[in-house]
Ligand binder design. Sequence first.
Ligand code: HEM
Length: 522
Amino acid sequence: MDTSSLQLSVAAGIIILFPFLLHRFQRRRAPFPPGPPGIPFIGNLFQLPLEQPWIKYASWAKQYGDIVHLTAFGQHIILLNSESAVLDLLERRSAIYSDRPQLCMSGELVGWSESVPMISYGDRHREYRKLLNEALAPRKLEELHAMEEEKAFEYLQLLTKDSMSFPAHARRLVAAIIFDISHGYTVAERDDPRMELAERANNEFALSAVPGAYLCDTLPILKYTPEWTGIQFKKDAKQFKKTLDTLRNEPYDKVKAEVTTIQPWTHADGTAKPSFSQRLIERNPRPKPEEELTQKWAALAIYGAGADTTTSALEWFFLAMYLYPKVQEQAYSELMKVVGPTRLPRFSDRGNLPYISAMIKEIHRWNPVVPLALPHRLTQDDHYCGYHIPAGSIIWANSWSLLHDPTVYPAPFEFSPERFLSDNEKLNPDPRRYAFGYGRRSCPGQVLAEDILFIAIAITLCVFRIEPADASKTDVEFTSTVLQVRFRVALPVSTNRIPYSHPKELEYNLIPRSEEAFSLLQ
Ligand code: HEM
């Protein structure tokens, strides 16, 4: 090669490689997003708020910008506080932002890391989502409306008998609908063993995910400690795993035993009620062990991820009704105009009840049940808005902050369904876009949740007026527990636990609307 062609080749090489080299150079030079200064090695661990972290995160955003960087023991944490950042990263770049962080104790040792919401992004997750999306498609869910109306009627009857236990009845209603869908199981009127098992599993998940409670989360090597040493965390893991395995296997195995095509030689009598599990078993009568496990986890996810969230939204509805009596009266008057006093509302009325629909949107906006979505995990280094976001970062999207931005939702702390009835398209976008999460991990149960909320809300308002027990008390207290567990343990918030939002307590009176309304329950 002569000198000139060598020079030419070098120049061409530089031109071709320049964008790549520049990108690498920028990437290496790019700083982390700004954030509050931390302590060496420990990072910002002690600054992470224990209660309602979304509020502190929103205030950091005002100080440092829409993308905030924190660390805890070397773990990078990124807080996203604007719509553009959330959608750019979690939706437009969802191929690399859809993983989940894992904990050693609750994830690996107890086994939750295989569950739909917690599993790492990959083939198994895609398989789960395929099964769930198929079963929870809007057209499929319409077939369930009659069953849901029936369960809502039962709930109203129980509420009439014992009006002071709304949270328990709401929880039972949601469980009754969900277990019917997932396993064709009928929940008992009280002390249902399967609901108790599910709550125990949730409780144990909460305990096993408490940051700092188990040293193996900080030093994963400890997981290899043999059981014969009698070490406590191994004993706890064994007990929690047993509960989780029972909850995943028993309901499914019961359906399997009832489907005659599987085991015609047993006493199975073909009595399996139509359900998600029953259809999976019939469609794939001889699954490989791996396929069967996938089916079991998918069936469990409907209860596991759907029950507490939907019940919480109903609690927020209750609270909003007694804090905002004018809204309640407006909803009631719409119901009386469309449904009238001589029957109960049905799904077929929904299209004619715009105020109720706006109220449900406002519940999702006013106090989103999952204010920070679930944590996403970035799988490869990324570069955004001039910042470097390292692979392995835990990403929290502050949905609460987006839903309380006064430039988008004026007077954001007011409960005002009217905001969704105005013609101004620029303001008050549909809050469900944020309340149900993002990208490839967004909630597959949204339509089901909306159905349950609609029927429970419409039917309650037709029969009862909800009043505060003490009208002078107007301040709301929140909790941000891991899950709403029976004993409502308030637990500190870690880098990758899931804070859910609940009202701390409900103090209300239920006043029957009329003799006529009451007689509808007979
Ligand atoms: C008001 C009720 C509900 C709300 C507000 C809600 C909200 C959410 C949110 C914010 C996420 C996390 C999304 C993300 O990581 O970006 C999620 C995930 C999930 N939700 Fe819901 N949800 C509700 C009800 C339900 C119901 C009824 C089901 C039943 C099937 C369900 C099943 C799931 C599952 C399986 C996931 C995990 C998805 C994945 O990781 O791929 N949810 N939900």
